[in-house]
Design a protein around this ligand. Structure first.
Ligand SMILES: Cc1cc2nc3c(=O)[nH]c(=O)nc-3n(C[C@H](O)[C@H](O)[C@H](O)COP(=O)(O)OP(=O)(O)OC[C@H]3O[C@@H](n4cnc5c(N)ncnc54)[C@H](O)[C@@H]3O)c2cc1C
Length: 461
């Protein structure tokens, strides 16, 4: 950053309520870290906004000084788009306030909140909206890419529950987008990522959930994986939408309910939640216990917020991560054979392959009704390469890429934009699908000079 820009930063500081961090500041180094430790970038300035007015000032400052701009919600994006080299980062992590209207079943929450913040506010009233499975993830990035989790089969994608958003546009204007105000922008925000402005506030529809839910894990040995996966496929096709079951194949972590002899061995895990009355759920999950000879299970009635945080210890920030993902509309036997073959060569104890079951309510909207287009996806697969030592980069990345290629013939062709790694620029069209051209039109209207381009970019030209 030049001296001229430093003097301008002093201008930005006047009246700014949040915190401005330069490379010389003590807090700068931790502020530039994001969830994926493989991403190491050094912005010229990190602007921790406290209010919507701070965001307006920061957007105007970046635009007027022609600075590359990145926007950070929860900092979980695997591609590292929350941060940039040399430019300005708008960091929303101080903007987390939530207000629930239990009568109207609505929550309004600021753009830097995590899923834990959202769940805590809404579950105080026995309400929830579908979001992801790791509570430290940001509401903003997750929502803007589509968003799915344990409640999605019943209540749809996160974007299907978005009622309105407060947005700071590239022009520095604060607008409200909803079905009736700036409807084109509202359409684009629901799946088009961070291309259209900084969302300072989201308003979601809520549903009665819990506060206690039947949920947990059933673990089978890898030797039974093919049969377990085949039975899973048949089971989930006819399961009620309240019931969500995902499969994870990996080495067993040292979970206390598993015998020690199982720790570190290859397993297939069924992760389940019944989002209705636990008593009604009990008989419905019974068949899952009969898919083979389970090595152990930990299933019971627990707070929904506890289930939302159950996987956090396996998904802590600071590890090296590399993902590859496909959507599937069906799961074929040949796909199961490929998964089992690659689980045999897992390159680290933390690597895994999972199939998240969506379907149900996520498939009902017209693909053109919101920017999120993948209404044919019944399963989202993620090859989650995760390890600690940089010396293992090549091995772990190679493994993820090879399985990605081996599973491609069975995939639907679409990909979830929020699971794409940095080098996958050739998949942007697949991610936005048939809505890509309409997204370009909205981009031209709200961000014609592509100020918001540190993302899966929809170029206006
Ligand atoms: C451990 C883990 C588990 C996950 N599980 C799920 C899951 O179950 N379901 C699911 O759907 N996804 C899941 N994801 C993917 C997740 O949705 C994406 O990583 C998402 O981008 C994270 O949002 P964030 O705000 O934390 O990210 P950030 O990295 O902060 O932001 C990502 C991008 O979103 C945009 N953005 C962020 N905040 C704003 C804002 N306020 N206004 C405008 N643009 C903004 C910017 O373009 C930014 O580059 C998971 C990710 C991780 C790391």
């Amino acid at each position: 950053m030049t001296n001229l820009q430093v003097s301008k930063i002093e201008e930005l500081q006047g009246g700014f309520k949040g915190e401005i961090l330069l490379p010389s500041d003590g807090a700068y180094d931790s502020a530039r870290q994001i969830w994926n430790a493989m991403i190491q970038k050094r912005p010229a300035v990190i602007v921790r906004c406290a209010t919507t007015s701070d965001v307006v000032r920061a957007v105007n400052f970046a635009r007027d000084n022609r600075l590359l701009l990145a926007v950070r919600g929860g900092g979980h994006n695997i591609a590292g788009s929350a941060i940039c080299d040399d430019g300005l980062v708008i960091d929303l992590s101080q903007m987390k306030a939530a207000q629930v209207d239990p009568t109207a079943r609505r929550v309004t929450i600021e753009g830097g909140a995590t899923l834990a913040d959202l769940d805590a506010a809404t579950q105080a009233h026995g309400l929830a909206t579908p979001v992801g499975i790791n509570s430290t993830t940001g509401v903003a990035g997750l929502t803007l890419g589509g968003g799915f989790g344990w409640l999605s089969r019943k209540y749809g994608m996160t974007v299907d529950n978005l009622e309105s958003a407060e947005v700071v546009t590239a022009a520095g204007e604060v607008v409200r987008a909803s079905a009736t105000e700036h409807p084109d922008l509202f359409w684009a925000l629901r799946g088009g990522g961070g291309n259209f402005g900084v969302v300072t506030r989201f308003e979601f529809r809520l549903h009665p959930v819990g506060p206690d839910v039947l949920s947990g894990l059933i673990v089978y040995p890898i030797s039974e994986a093919k049969s377990v996966l085949q039975q899973y496929r048949e089971f989930i096709a006819q399961a009620p939408e309240e019931l969500s079951v995902w499969t994870v194949l990996r080495k067993a972590p040292p979970l206390p309910f598993l015998p020690e002899s199982v720790h570190g061995t290859r397993v297939v895990v069924l992760a389940l939640i019944y989002a209705g009355d636990p008593k009604q759920g009990e008989p419905l999950i019974e068949p899952l216990r009969k898919f083979g000879t389970a090595l152990g299970e930990h299933v019971g009635v627990q707070p929904y917020v506890a289930w939302q945080q159950a996987f956090d210890p396996l998904l802590t920030a600071g590890a090296r991560n590399y993902w590859k993902s496909h959507n599937f509309s069906t799961l074929k036997d040949e796909l199961f054979d490929a998964v089992i073959a690659y689980i045999a060569t897992l390159p680290s104890p933390q690597c895994e392959i999972f199939f998240g079951a969506i379907g149900g309510a996520t498939t009902r909207p017209d693909p053109a009704s919101a920017a999120y287009a993948h209404r044919d996806a019944k399963f989202v697969m993620n090859v989650h390469g995760r390890w600690e030592d940089p010396a293992d980069d090549e091995l772990c990345i190679g493994w993820a890429r090879d399985f990605f290629a081996a599973s491609a013939p069975f995939a639907s062709g679409g990909v979830y934009v929020n699971f794409m790694t940095a080098e996958e620029t050739d998949r942007v069209r697949s991610a936005y699908g048939p809505n890509y051209d309409r997204l370009i039109q909205v981009k031209r209207k709200y961000d014609p000079n592509n100020l918001f381009r540190t993302n899966w970019n929809i170029a206006p030209a």
